[in-house]
Design a protein around this ligand. Structure first.
Ligand code: SF4
Ligand code: SF4
Length: 368
């Protein structure tokens, strides 16, 4: 007996697949499945989070609908995956945010943007809010640096704490003691596999999206999104070091490292999410967990809004539009931070942990 209907179904499918084994070369899920004869809830959650949703095992399967075996591995694992994220959420009281995620994220974003606009209007006079501010420290005419650092530092720390607690719950659910997460060769292998999205390629031909013709589009857009996000994070980190170590205040010139990193990242974070959104709406409905369309879309839109408002702020920071654009950008980034632990963002964390376990299992069997 499993903890949910979807895990019962995942168990049924994994048992069929374990007899068939036709798909064993497609990704990491099938070899990991073959290491087991029976599946606990934790095993199924592990396999669900190891799946990259490439769709190949649905297209290739001779038992997929309308066959009576009704084998649909991508969709079943997608639902199990999303249900597992809600189960690991911290604090537990907020796990419901995964259910109506699109509405929740939209509301939090709207309130957050409104709060920054209201805050700027309340704490600065109209001339400052709609004035032209240039040179080092220009942003802090609208919001003192210490207030900005305290607010965003607290939101970031909260997100990190919630994500780390969720990761711990996942790791314990799949039956691994905390210590095994510190296995350098497995961490490195998983980093390489995640960094090039090794298993989002349908066994080498590409990802299946709207039809039976594989393409690399989802992988390319995902890379642009992921590396764009990392570059933006690097830009913020360098700017923080500039501020505290070199006493150099933002905004910086266009040729300075934080701006170059942020601009490159912002462009990636513009093209990648826009492409993912287009691919999402073209995707074969048989492959997706339609109940989570809101969550996927909300996260992609939040990334898109972050890059759009960031690039707009860069373009018009020397004009009277700077104040309203700064409020808009800070509101979007703040809501992105506090909703990270309850958004599609978590898929990257749990998938990476699942890849670490997979790498370790393979090494223990002498395969890597
Ligand atoms: S998905 Fe279908 S073809 Fe692939 S292993 Fe399972 S039953 Fe076999
Ligand atoms: S959808 Fe792709 S990644 Fe997921 S189990 Fe099937 S082949 Fe593997």
């Amino acid at each position: 007996m499993h903890g949910s209907q979807i895990l019962e179904e995942a168990d049924r499918l994994m048992t069929v697949c374990n007899s068939c084994r036709y798909c064993e070369g497609l990704c990491a899920v099938f070899p990991a499945m073959e290491m087991r004869r029976a599946f606990s809830d934790g095993d199924l959650n592990y396999l669900a989070n190891l799946c990259h949703a490439c769709g190949a095992c649905y297209t290739d399967c001779q038992f997929s609908p309308p066959h009576e075996f009704n084998v649909n591995v991508p969709r079943t694992l997608a639902i199990a995956r999303a249900e597992s994220w809600a189960g690991y959420a911290w604090p537990r009281a907020l796990s419901g945010l995964f259910a109506r995620n699109g509405v929740a994220v939209s509301l939090i974003c709207a309130v957050s943007v409104a709060a920054f606009i209201f805050g700027f209007a309340a704490f600065t006079d109209r001339q400052v809010l709609l004035g032209v501010h240039t040179g080092p420290g220009a942003f802090y005419a609208l919001m003192p640096h210490n207030a900005m650092a305290a607010l965003f530092g607290a939101a970031f720390l909260y997100a990190m704490l919630a994500l780390a607690t969720g990761l711990r719950a996942f790791w314990s659910d799949i039956g691994e003691p905390a210590g095994t997460l510190a296995d350098p060769p497995s961490l490195w292998q998983a980093m390489k596999d995640a960094g090039r999205l090794r298993y989002l390629d349908g066994g080498g031909v590409g990802c299946f999206n709207e039809d039976e013709r594989p393409t690399d589009r989802r992988k390319i857009y995902h890379h642009l999104t992921f590396y764009g996000f990392l570059l933006c994070f690097a830009a913020t980190s360098v700017a923080t070091l500039y501020h505290y170590l070199l006493a150099r205040e933002a905004p910086y010139a266009w040729w300075d490292l934080p701006v170059l990193l942020g601009t490159l990242g912002g462009i990636g974070l513009l093209i990648g999410p826009a492409g993912l959104l287009i691919e999402k709406f073209k995707r074969d409905a048989a492959l997706v967990d339609e109940k989570r369309t809101g969550m996927d879309t909300a996260f992609i839109l939040m990334l898109l809004l972050t890059s759009m408002t960031g690039l707009a702020l860069l373009a018009w920071r020397d004009t009277v539009a700077m104040g309203p654009l700064l409020a808009l950008h800070l509101g979007v980034v703040f809501s992105l931070f506090i909703t990270l632990p309850y958004s599609k963002f978590v898929h990257g964390l749990y998938r990476y942990a699942a890849l670490v376990r997979y790498a370790r299992e393979r090494r223990m069997l002498g395969h890597g």
